[in-house]
Design a protein around this ligand. Structure first.
Ligand code: ADP
Length: 163
């Protein structure tokens, strides 16, 4: 199978995301990990920080390319050699939103196909926002994010607390 695109905010990337990436690499030869830069969305990590952290995590894996994009995903997809888009499903409540998104994306670009991967049951409750809440108050998140991300979350909250 050729390439695919995995878009998301990745603020920050979690073991839930990396689990989806590993599953997708069993099916697709190559993944463009597309980090969205949305000026109207407040993120903890800047677009540069998010991209740099993910690049560091996958620097030895030639099958993963990390990029950022702004604007519509449907237009980013047009610039790529694939129209397969990966999304992850954790719980039933993800499905409503993901289904509307997939339909809208197909209206905007009829070539686009969304492929869903199911999270590991051990990671189905993990989300970037939950991880940030736990990390903000010093809770242990080591089972849910790569160690580089854990370190950067600690540094980020330390810096914010010193402002
Ligand atoms: P977005 O803002 O586009 O939803 P996210 O970074 O939150 O960006 O998520 C990107 C994709 O990864 C979404 O399809 C989301 O459902 C999926 N995802 C996030 N966390 C997990 C997880 N723990 N297991 C499986 N999929 C996940």
């Amino acid at each position: 199978m050729p390439s695919s695109i995995y878009p998301g905010s990745f603020d920050p990337i979690t073991n839930g995301h990396t689990d989806i990436i590993e599953r997708a690499l069993n099916i697709f030869d190559h993944i463009y990990l597309a980090v969205v830069e949305n000026p109207s969305q407040k993120t903890l990590f800047s677009i540069t920080e998010r991209v740099d952290m993910i690049r560091e995590l996958y620097k030895k894996n030639e099958r993963v390319t990390v990029e950022s994009f702004t604007g519509l995903l449907s237009e980013y997809v047009l610039r790529k050699d694939t129209s397969a888009v990966i999304r992850g499903l954790r719980v039933v409540t993800d499905f409503d939103y993901e289904l509307s998104l997939a339909h809208m994306n197909r209206k905007l670009n009829s070539e686009m196909e969304t492929v869903f991967f199911m999270a590991s049951d051990k990671l189905s409750f993990v989300s970037s926002s939950l991880i940030k809440e736990v990390a903000r108050y010093g809770g242990n998140i080591s089972d849910y994010v790569p160690s580089l991300i854990e370190k950067n979350l600690m540094l980020k909250f330390k810096a914010l607390n010193n402002l």
